[in-house]
Design a protein. Structure first.
Length: 677
């Protein structure tokens, strides 16, 4: 599922085999002098360098026992440039330089940058990558080249040294995590289930850029296998990644009468973190383990192999946060004639399904003369919501950005792009126009309020994970280790799209009635489809009753089996329900989760972050099909909308009448894709 370094093929897979007998596998050996891709390090896979000179800051995780020695990749250079250099810089020191020459592989130029003398602080090293390129025609006016972009692709880092497994609890969670296996009893009690879900969602949030494979397995079946495609020397088939026990972790939650956290077999490939205890004390152990705070977490325990937790409260996202709080960093732009800064604001980062959002922009712009005024526009997802000029705003005319902007709720989606553009008027001349600079202060505030109901653009999966925050009730119809794994993978899949924590609250099936009054959203894992009253309520997007399959309002008789993950908004209680089930074939639900994980890992197909409809289904002989994907185009007039809907339903109904139900879901999937802009 969305656990994103199931990229296990590049790093390491410690996935337990839930459907096979117990496996006792030899631990993978430590990796010596490994090479790890940017993708597996959690660094953006493509770094862009706009203009003739550009600088990008990256932080390279450094696993214990290793030292970075070289950065490799392919620089895609536009045809407008003939030659230049790419450098890696740290603290104003050039660590390495590569020459960029034109004509090599049609613009795809391999570069190798030494990292000699790199300074590693803690678990990482921050460096700047800088490109300086020369245009082909030295006599031409080059101002337009400021918008031409070079791209670094397929980047990786080579390391010297040998990785080593954790020797203390401070090393329980490494800088680079390939996979995590959490073991529980075959029939875990409520406190073990709570601790397992707390641990897995926290790790998914902490490592969301690396996307480790995260599994919950029965203790008696726990084992580890090397990922397919990894070479015997620990290097993946593409030359990057490592098959390394030091980059995997195992956490045991036995539900015993002990207390605290211990590290068993420290410094060996069998090193295992054990969470002892029951009840709230056990849940606090899980929160201690995954706390990144040096005062309340394990990072401050330099040489300990045991620890004890204290009560750690659930934190709510504040209504007002700064851009810095939301992780925005690149907030300054310079250009000829105009400068543009793009802010990415996800509803998950806001910590709630937002009904209204207000920006209090602060920063600066280049002061302009009165006879050549400038204009500032603010666009949300391509729609301009605010426009002002330096002649109409004396503060902006003086070079100070201080403006409040309201973002209409009907423009908000799951992920939002806010584009600020500052442009100047007057005649733009080669070599005669001074560049404009737009700087947005990281202390710019973003204030949000909770939505009463989703909008047309935030219903279904687009409301997730925001609609699951901060706590979500979890009901498991079977409640065994396999069910806990399903819940962990679903929650971790949505959790991997945001750093705001989803906190699971397990509820026994017999206590399901209490969830109606809890005020919290709900996840039901009903793998066999026998949940009965647990899944009753408003109509679900996909149902199968008495041999009749209903999908997005269309019906057909069939004997097909499917696995389904779907959403339902409870208007009375203003909360989201997520139902995971099947038509009596739990293996199809597992297949669906696998497909979502795989697509997230590879970037091909529909992954957790790509879900936009109200339901997603999987059949024996088909891939993932989404149901109820919205049309992002402006809503038409009522009569046109009704006519369009009737026409679309009539066309789809004709298709359904002509084919068996196995084709129904395919037809729905095709129709949905055709409606996308």
């Amino acid at each position: 599922m969305s656990s994103r370094i199931s990229r296990a093929a590049a790093l390491v897979t410690a996935a337990a085999l839930l459907t096979t007998p117990a496996l006792v596998a030899a631990p993978a050996s430590a990796a010596t002098d490994p090479r790890i891709s940017f993708r597996d390090l959690g660094v953006p896979e493509q770094e862009q360098f706009p203009g003739r000179t550009a600088t990008v800051t990256v932080t390279l995780p450094v696993p214990t026992g290793l030292t970075p020695t070289a950065l490799r990749g392919t620089l895609q250079v536009p045809a407008a440039y003939s030659r230049g250099v790419m450098e890696v810089v740290q603290d104003n020191r050039v660590l390495g330089r590569a020459t960029v020459e034109s004509g090599q592989n049609r613009g795809d130029i391999p570069v190798t940058l030494p990292l000699d003398g790199i300074d590693v602080t803690g678990d990482g090293a921050t460096v700047q990558l800088r490109t300086t390129l020369d245009p082909v025609d030295e006599t031409w006016c080059h101002d337009p080249l400021d918008t031409v972009t070079s791209v670094l692709r397929d980047a990786s880092v080579s390391y010297d040294g040998t990785t080593r497994p954790p020797a203390t609890l401070a090393e329980a969670l490494p800088p680079v995590l390939g996979s995590l296996t959490v073991t529980v009893p075959a029939q875990p009690d409520a406190s073990v289930t709570a601790a397992a879900l707390e641990t897995t969602t926290a790790v998914a949030a902490m490592y969301r850029s690396q996307a480790p494979e995260i599994r919950v397995v029965e203790r008696d079946r726990a084992g580890a296998t090397a990922a397919d495609g990894n070479a015997a020397d620990g290097t993946a088939a593409d030359g990057t990644g490592v098959q390394d026990a030091a980059l995997t972790r195992r956490i045991d939650i036995p539900g015993d009468n002990g207390h605290g956290i211990t590290l068993e077999h420290p410094g060996t490939p069998e090193a295992t973190v054990v969470l002892h205890g029951t009840g709230e004390d056990l849940l606090d152990q899980a929160r201690l383990l995954t706390s990144g705070d040096p005062d309340t977490g394990l990072t401050g325990l330099l040489d300990s192999t045991d620890a004890h937790a204290r009560d750690i409260p659930v934190e709510l996202s504040p209504r007002a946060e700064t851009l810095a709080d939301l992780g925005a960093t690149a907030l300054t732009a310079t250009g000829t004639g105009s400068a543009q800064v793009v802010l990415d604001i996800g509803q998950g980062e806001l910590g709630r399904l937002a009904g209204s959002v207000k920006l209090h922009l602060s920063g600066s712009v280049s002061p302009l003369p009165a006879d050549a005024p400038g204009e500032l526009t603010v666009a949300v997802n391509g729609t301009v919501v605010d426009r002002t000029t330096t002649t109409g705003d004396s503060t902006l005319a003086s070079g100070v950005l201080d403006r409040e902007v309201d973002i209409p709720a009907d423009l908000l989606t799951r992920y939002n792009s806010v584009t600020l553009t500052f442009s100047g008027s007057g005649v733009q001349g080669c070599g005669t126009t001074a560049p404009l600079t737009l700087r947005v202060d990281p202390e710019t505030t973003v204030t949000s309020t909770a939505a009463e109901d989703p909008t047309r653009l935030t219903h279904g999966f687009q409301a997730l994970p925001a609609a699951l925050l901060p706590e979500v009730d979890v009901i498991l119809t079977d409640g065994d280790a396999t069910d806990v794994d399903r819940a962990a993978r679903i929650l971790s899949g949505f959790q991997s799209t945001t750093g705001a924590r989803v906190r699971p609250v397990p509820v026994a099936p017999q206590d399901a009635g209490s969830t109606r009054d809890s005020g919290r959203p709900l996840l039901v894992v009903d793998a066999d489809g026998d949940g009965g009253d647990l899944t009753t309520g408003e109509a679900l997007p996909v149902t199968f009753t008495d041999g009749v399959l209903t999908a997005d309002g269309l019906q057909a008789e069939t004997s097909t089996d499917l696995g389904v993950l779907q959403t339902r908004w409870d208007h009375d209680r203003h909360r989201m329900s997520v139902i995971a089930g099947s038509t009596g074939s739990p293996e199809l639900l597992d297949q669906l989760i696998d497909d979502l994980d795989r697509a997230t890992d590879t970037g091909r197909g529909t992954g957790w972050a790509d879900l936009r409809g109200t339901a997603v289904v999987s059949q024996d002989d088909g891939g993932v099909h989404e149901i109820g994907v919205p049309d992002d185009r402006p809503a038409p007039a009522a009569d046109q909308a009704d006519s369009s809907t009737r026409s679309g339903n009539a066309t789809l109904a004709a298709v359904v009448a002509a084919v068996v139900v196995a084709a129904l879901l395919v037809a729905v999937g095709v129709a949905v894709r055709r409606r996308r802009p």
